[in-house]
Write a protein that binds this ligand. Structure first.
Ligand SMILES: [Zn+2]
Length: 301
């Protein structure tokens, strides 16, 4: 969606390294991405105030989400397959509580509910959330993640696809994800990749250089942020060599394959994990060696 006419802007610091000095990045006309002078991260600075941003996710946004929901669902499922989701699912056993942040109309949640997951969604676009609740019968909180205020250590799997680039403070966001994720639980994040071929080729004309995206990540900057928020990165994939229509099929297909193999794809996916809870440090050293193994570790391992 395009920026509102009355939106106001605030100066912000780099979400990755905390630096506030910038050098010119990409000028996209009505908005621009600055490049952090410290780490090279691309982000909107000054940044539109959140109340203005929230208004971008109204009925127009809902129509866009509804028109694309099967398409987005297929992409998310492919992403989860790439993240080895079904193996992780088995490893979680009974502890199946899935949170989808930016769940749109709840299609992924409805699918997982059928796979016997307990599910929860968060969606800022009110008509999309209402649609999911009424038509797909899945629980969705309408608003932002921090407004939802979930209890600590609640979910065993948290997923957010094409969300973190919209969030005003991604570090705060990931800290909140860490807080509500159970020890040993997994996080899958998907976002456009500034280190991909298309971003390097098209720069300010790149399809992900849009007004709604406040932060644009590379594989490295994302991994750094995840790790600093206590979410240990355990695997990544990129995909999308060149956009549809930008090259003939005989160029696109091999480029797409190579992007996946060599990691220069247009979108990056990271799987990370909150470390399982270890045995309490205060346990006396003289504790008998035959102490039951199941006690403290079973909560998270
Ligand atoms: Zn920086």
């Amino acid at each position: 969606m395009s920026p509102g006419q009355d939106e106001s802007f605030d100066p912000v610091v780099c979400a990755i390294c905390g630096e506030n000095r910038v050098v010119p990045g990409w000028d996209c006309g009505t908005f621009r991405f600055a490049r952090c002078a410290g780490c090279g991260h691309l982000y909107q600075n000054p940044q539109p105030r959140f109340d203005g941003l929230r208004e971008r996710y109204g009925s127009e946004y809902f129509s866009y989400e509804l028109a694309n929901d099967s398409n987005f669902f297929d992409l998310m499922l492919k992403g989860l397959q790439d993240a080895d989701f079904f193996r992780l699912e088995r490893s979680l056993g009974e502890r199946r509580y899935f949170l989808d942040i930016g769940c749109a109309t709840g299609m992924l949640l409805a699918y997982l509910k059928q796979r016997e997951w307990r599910v929860q969604g968060v969606e800022i676009c009110e008509p999309a959330a209402r649609y999911g609740i009424e038509k797909r019968h899945v629980p969705i909180f309408t608003g932002t993640l921090d407004e939802a205020g979930f209890a600590p250590d609640t979910f065993s799997f948290i997923h957010f696809s094409h969300v973190i680039e919209h969030v005003p403070d991604p570090r705060e966001f990931l800290r909140e994800v860490h807080r509500i994720l159970a020890p040993g639980g997994y996080v899958v994040v998907v976002t456009p990749n500034t280190a991909g071929l298309q971003a390097r080729l098209y720069r300010e004309r790149w399809r992900s250089a849009i007004a709604d995206h406040l932060n644009l990540f590379s594989r490295r900057s994302l991994a750094r942020l995840l790790a600093e928020c206590g979410l240990r990165p355990i695997g990544w994939k990129t995909w999308g060599g060149i956009a549809k229509g930008m090259a003939p099929g005989f160029v696109k297909s091999p480029l797409d394959r190579m992007a996946k193999i060599f990691g220069f794809g247009d979108v990056v996916l990271y799987v990370s994990r909150k470390p399982p809870r270890s045995a309490p440090r205060s346990a006396p050293r003289s504790a008998p060696r035959s102490a039951p193994r199941s006690a403290p570790r079973s909560a998270g391992a």
